[in-house]
Design a protein around this ligand. Structure first.
Ligand code: ZN
Length: 278
């Protein structure tokens, strides 16, 4: 049985249909209110999700404001230049190995939170976000999906001027302003995905389609990323990996985000983010 793990008022919740279930209550105390700890016990998450009684929901989905599903991960990594067309539009050669940067966890925001502009060169990047569900070191690509608890929709919002301000580009700070990491709406367990290796991903700004691709076109796919990252460091439950963005970002044309814009980010079978820019 799959699960959708969300966050209401800083407490982990399971979502089934339009019912929202406080995880600690629904699990009879077996699991607590903290997402990282719950993701370290994914077998229990699956079990609890499978036994939810719709009559005992704590809230209706329409009545709650969702926070970032994993608000306090230990690590948040991002991958640059990971779709062929995006490499071409930004003038990058295809990378020989994954290009990895950190996104500081304080940038994480919820699926309907505002993106608060820190510069006039702020760009959108629709991305598939992996949520790790096991301690993982030296994982072979053949079993890489086994350590992924689920996925989310993410926006790797990026301050292009700051990102390229260093003598050599330094991605981390330009991608870590407060609110520059919308995620959600839920961690969707991988068994609920229509095709985990080919998920349709789109980004619209004010209703205009800017990005439209599929994760089948990742240069380094999910197994390759998990194998590579876990060969260099230990991934832990709750860690997030932003897997890179398709073509169509604002950078090549200077079409950056402006106050009042609505950024709509969708991955079919996972969900959507709707973030207003201010
Ligand atoms: Zn990105």
């Amino acid at each position: 049985m799959g699960f959708r793990l969300g966050n209401v008022d800083g407490r982990a919740v399971l979502v089934e249909g339009d019912g929202v279930f406080d995880l600690e209550r629904a699990s009879g105390g077996r699991l607590g209110p903290e997402a990282v700890a719950a993701l370290a016990a994914t077998d229990a998450l699956h079990e609890v999700a499978g036994g939810l009684d719709p009559a005992t929901a704590d809230h209706r989905l329409a009545d709650v404001v969702l926070g970032p599903p994993v608000p306090t991960p230990r690590s948040v990594l991002g991958i640059g230049v990971n779709y062929r067309d995006h490499a071409a539009e930004t003038g990058h050669a295809l990378p020989p190995a994954p290009l990895v940067f950190a996104k500081v966890a304080s940038c994480l925001a919820g699926p309907t939170d505002d993106i608060v502009l820190a510069s006039a060169t702020t760009d959108y990047e629709a991305e598939l976000v992996l949520v790790i569900g096991a301690e993982a070191r030296d994982v072979p690509s053949a079993s890489a999906w086994d350590v992924v608890a689920g996925v989310m929709v993410g926006q790797d919002v990026s301050d292009r001027e700051l990102q390229n301000a260093g003598q050599r580009p330094q991605f981390t700070l330009g991608k870590s302003h407060d609110t520059y990491g919308p995620t959600g709406p839920f961690v969707v367990s991988t068994d609920l995905l229509p095709d985990r290796d080919a998920l349709a991903i789109r980004c619209e700004v004010n209703g205009e389609v800017r990005q439209n691709d599929t994760t089948a076109n990742l240069i380094f796919d999910v197994p390759a990323l998990v194998a590579y990252l876990s060969s260099q460091l230990t991934l832990r439950p709750g860690d997030l990996v932003f897997t890179g963005t398709p073509s169509g970002v604002g950078l090549p044309t200077g079409n950056f985000l402006r106050p009042g814009d609505i950024v709509h980010t969708v991955i079919d079978g996972v969900g959507e983010l709707v973030n207003r820019v201010r």
